[in-house]
Design a protein around this ligand. Sequence first.
Ligand code: PHE
Length: 464
Amino acid sequence: MTSEPKGRDHWGSGLGFVLACAGSAVGLGNLWKFPYITGEYGGGAFVLVYLICIALVGFPLLYAEMVIGKRGGKDVMGALRKLTKGSAPGRKWVTAVTGFMAVASGFLILSFYSVVAGWAIHFLIISLGLIPMDDGAAAAFGAAGSKVMSSTWHTVFMIMTALIVSAGIHKGIEVLCKILMPILVGILVLLFGYCCIKMDIGASLSFLFKPDFGKLNGEAIIEALGHAFFTLSLGMGAMLTYGSYVKHDEHVVRDGFWVALLDTLIALLAGSVIFAVVFHFGHEPSGGPGLLFMTLPDLFAQMPGGVIVASSFFLLVVFAAWSSAVSLLEVVVAYFVDEKGVPRKMATWVMAGFIWLLGMASATGIELTLFSDKPQGVLDILDNLTTRYMLPLGGLLIAIIAGWWISETDRSSGFKAFSPTRGHQISAVWTVLIRYVTPVLVLLVILAKMGVISFAPEAAEAAQ
Ligand code: PHE
């Protein structure tokens, strides 16, 4: 372990690393976004495309980020620079832009992520009976979105996040994730068990797993790929930064596999629970972004034992969001610590302060006319900008850097450690994926989003 950079914090154990990465991956993306977009895009066929995206784009990129982090041993900017040292000036420039975009994405995403997490805190408090919810969940959702409430919970959530990051990797993030992840899985499994007994689990599972390809259109494919990035925390260096705190003998291939598997299983489990409740009470699965916050509390209110179920559920959402938010802040903080030599505590609180300030624009519902003719809330603008453009673009650049620009030794390092015999074969498959398949798919999606190409949505829509 002589090459360990001096004074740099690292994970206490391999399990700690896996749980921290899973903590980053499992978040609002799994519990809030996955169910509602699956509902909107019609279920099974969308889930299948999403799973294919995880395999062909998510996993290769997850490994690419982890290995760049591990070999680079620095924040996203520093690690990318180190592994592409000696490259032509053009490449250096692209590498710097990739690093800068990653840090900026962490900053922007956390600003609105914290506001949505704040809504979950609001519902947790309501379900514990500390704030009455007299007029139903829709009214409570309105209240959670009110300027005062949103700003308050956003502030609380940012403080919770900064407290963990300022405590560092081993004593802060690892400890948090080691405690939260098992609780989170436990609550989810209990809720699933409850749904199997009391709710319409059959309808839910057939909605999620019986593909109806007539419902699939171009938009759904774009959404599925974008979501694969978001849910695995890819394209902005979160996994890369976490990888940089790994000890040199850790097997990141195996670890990446566990993280992707856990994240996917938790999304499917959460989807099964939510749709089982939705179908049991005869609601529409296509409830949109409010599905989690507006449909479920009303349903919980009618259930026997609803208080316990509801508070467990929102506790789950808050915990999941918390362990993801720390990874967003860590990307930004690591940059200032590693590149600018700012002490961790100071970097954390100052950056959390700036992010909090930007988040206030989302929390107070400020509207701007930036990318469309109609005024849009800052929250939507930032969500679209980051999830639809910055993460896929960041992912594309990271795939190119990992597949083509870094050295062969760095590229295949983790595979040999993983398994000396089979490592070679897995490494060959991964190299093909990261060089050709991942970038081409991501590029197609970026072009489709820009309207340059289309996945023939008319044909699919006509079939509906
Ligand atoms: N993966 C997190 C989720 O599913 C969100 C996230 C994105 C976290 C990017 C870190 C980086 O909610």
